[in-house]
Design a binder for this molecule. Sequence first.
Ligand code: ATP
Ligand code: PRP
Length: 212
Amino acid sequence: MTDNGTLKVAMPKGRIYKQASKLFRQAGLPIPEDFDDSRKLIIPVPEANMEFIMAKPVDVPTYVEYGVADIGIVGKDVLMEENKDVYELIDLGIAKCRMSVIGLPDWKPVINPRVATKYANVASQYFREQGQQVEVIKLNGSIELAPLIGLADRIVDMVETGQTLKENGLVEMETLFQVTSRLIANRVSYRLKNTAIQELCDRLGAIIGAAV
Ligand SMILES: Nc1ncnc2c1ncn2[C@@H]1O[C@H](COP(=O)(O)OP(=O)(O)OP(=O)(O)O)[C@@H](O)[C@H]1O
Ligand SMILES: O=P(O)(O)OC[C@H]1O[C@H](OP(=O)(O)OP(=O)(O)O)[C@H](O)[C@@H]1O
């Protein structure tokens, strides 16, 4: 954890980064555009008194929990799955999608069905709460393949535009929850760097409030 006032920000590489950096700019933070397509992993942003740590999205809560990043940006899907000890400060309203149960249109209930997903904890908890006994199979990508090739009866995965489902002849059966990206903070950093974190929250809050 830095103690010089610079905020270390765990930024997710990939689809959230561009939307997050755009939101920061709208909030008046001078984030240079040169880094949008960069491969650099540690990006100093002295203009905003920040340093970005470019992380794989699923790892953001880990960096923040351990305090190597003071704050971070992460999807609610990852927050629910990883269940780390961090503060969730603001719903940024970006990278909108939803977590759903998906299957083939002719799906029929079977005893102890197999459910494939990247989100094994989320899926296990959901089906437990539904009183359904399922076997959860953890995959790391192309989840929609599982029902198509007979690995699983259903999947739990993200739906955004629905294009992936449409192109693969799958249907959404239930929505577990809506997903947007959240600003999270390390518990100690939140106290030690409260002024800087609060100022960032106020700036972002004003923009998000204005966008509603
Ligand atoms: N269509 C979508 N599919 C999946 N996640 C989405 C989608 N739209 C927005 N998101 C959000 O973006 C976050 C990061 O997604 P992204 O694909 O960049 O990471 P990832 O799945 O970890 O990718 P990779 O494994 O390729 O690094 C998700 O956790 C979710 O909150
Ligand atoms: O509703 P849509 O707009 O089609 O978006 C949903 C798709 O996007 C994500 O996949 P991603 O691109 O992250 O690929 P991966 O899961 O294979 O890594 C998600 O897992 C779905 O497959």
